[in-house]
Design a protein around this ligand. Structure first.
Ligand code: AMP
Length: 171
C-alpha cells in the first residue's frame, strides 16, 4: 500500500491556491502500480454480483473501465453536461473547488441492476453524492462506491451517511 501511496504525486496549489492536488497520473502510468490497484479493488467485488460499473468523468472512466473488465461487466459513463447524446438525468453538485452538473443516459442502467460506482479520489463527497442520486433515478441498486483513495480530512465518507464506501488508500 505504501508503494501505491508513493505512486500518487502531490501538486500544491492546483488548480487554485490552498488545494493539494493528488495527481494519480503517475500511478496510472506505472504498470505495476496500476495493475495492483485495479486487482486489489476488483478482487473486493468478484463475489458481489455486480451487473454494471459506473465511471465518473474523467479519471473515474479509467478506474471504472478497468474494474468493469476485471468484473466482466459493462461500464456506464457519468459525464459533464452536454456530452452525452441521448436523453439524460441531471444532478448538480459542489466540488472542493467550484460547482458543476453531471449527467447519465436515462437507459444506461436497468431497474434492479447491481451497480458499482468508481472514481479516483473521494474528497468532499459532492461528486459521488450526485452520482448516487443519478443511479437512484435509473432504478439501479447501488452496491458500493469504490475509490483509489480518499482524502480523509475532508469528511466525504461522513457526508455520504449510510452509503457503502470503499477506498483502497487513505491520504
Ligand atoms: P469531491 O466532490 O469533493 O469528492 O471531489 C471528487 C472529485 O474531484 C474526484 O473526481 C476527484 O478526481 C476530484 N478531486 C477533488 N479534490 C481533489 C484533490 N485534492 N486532488 C485530486 N483530485 C481531486
Amino acid at each position: 500500500m505504501d508503494k501505491l501511496k508513493k505512486a500518487i504525486r502531490d501538486i500544491p496549489d492546483f488548480p487554485k491556491a490552498g488545494i493539494m492536488f493528488k495527481d494519480i497520473t503517475t500511478l496510472l502510468a506505472d504498470a505495476a502500480s496500476f495493475q495492483r490497484a485495479v486487482d486489489l479493488l476488483g478482487h473486493r467485488y468478484l463475489d458481489r454480483k455486480i451487473d454494471v460499473v459506473v465511471g465518473i468523468e474523467a479519471r473515474g472512466f479509467l478506474m471504472g473501465a478497468a474494474l468493469a473488465y476485471k468484473l466482466n461487466t459493462g461500464v456506464v459513463l457519468v459525464r459533464k453536461p452536454g456530452k452525452l447524446p441521448y436523453m439524460t438525468y441531471k444532478e448538480s453538485y459542489s466540488l472542493e473547488y467550484g460547482t458543476d452538473t453531471l449527467e447519465i443516459h436515462r437507459d444506461a442502467i436497468n431497474p434492479g441492476q447491481r451497480v458499482l460506482i468508481a472514481d479516483d479520489i473521494l474528497a468532499t463527497g459532492g461528486t459521488v453524492g450526485a452520482v448516487i442520486k443519478l443511479v437512484a433515478k435509473t432504478g439501479g441498486e447501488l452496491v458500493e462506491c469504490a475509490f483509489l483513495a480518499e482524502l480523509t480530512e475532508l469528511g466525504g465518507r461522513q457526508k455520504l451517511g449510510d452509503t457503502s464506501i470503499f477506498a483502497l488508500l487513505q491520504l
